[in-house]
Design a protein. Structure first.
Length: 184
């Protein structure tokens, strides 16, 4: 876990993305979901349950935050990852292959050492994943201070994509034409 996050990714390629703090826990782009942690870096406990259908009930008693979020995978190989280090032997979260899944993210302990670097886990996460159509986030519980602080922050947009070579050539030709007009 690094930079206040761990991720669910379906490839080694990371897409430049913004930072959407609207639900205080999870956001995504196709092929990549980000779970926000309280600690800045260190280890967190992550448990995973992969289901064929949505769980019948939400067990909210032991958790501070619970959010359901849709995640899209083009490869069907979504796994728990981290920006700077690999998760130990991450299980496959999407055994039914490419498509859209729901992930119910449970979190507790994010207020224990916010912004800290820890050597032993102080935060716990439970990820329950099942195939489902894309739908808006569903908030089941929001009670930790760290999530409240994230929700109060404005989201940051993704950086603009790099210009393609064709756009670069077009702009170069346009500049050359304008320059010729000025010198004529």
């Amino acid at each position: 876990m690094d930079y206040h996050t761990f991720e669910l990714t379906d490839s080694d390629t990371r897409t430049p993305m913004g930072f959407d703090t609207s639900n205080g826990l999870v956001f995504s782009v196709p092929g990549q979901a980000v779970i926000c942690t309280g600690i800045s870096n260190g280890w967190v406990n992550v448990s995973v349950q992969v289901c064929w259908h949505p769980p019948a009930q939400v067990d909210a008693n032991a958790w501070d935050e619970i959010v359901e979020h849709s995640v899209e995978t083009a490869t069907g190989a979504l796994r728990v990852t981290s920006v700077m280090s690999d998760a130990p032997d991450p299980p496959l979260l999407t055994p039914q292959g490419p498509g859209t899944y729901r992930v119910r993210v449970h979190a507790r302990g994010r207020d224990t050492a916010p912004d800290g670097a820890v050597f032993e886990p102080v935060e716990d996460y439970l990820l329950i994943v099942w195939p489902a159509e894309s739908q808006p986030d569903e908030i089941h519980k929001q009670t930790d201070r760290y999530g409240m602080e994230l929700r109060a922050q404005p989201s940051r947009p993704a950086p603009p994509p790099p210009e393609s070579d064709a756009e670069d050539d077009s702009r170069r030709r346009q500049r050359e034409r304008l320059q010729r007009r000025r010198t004529s």
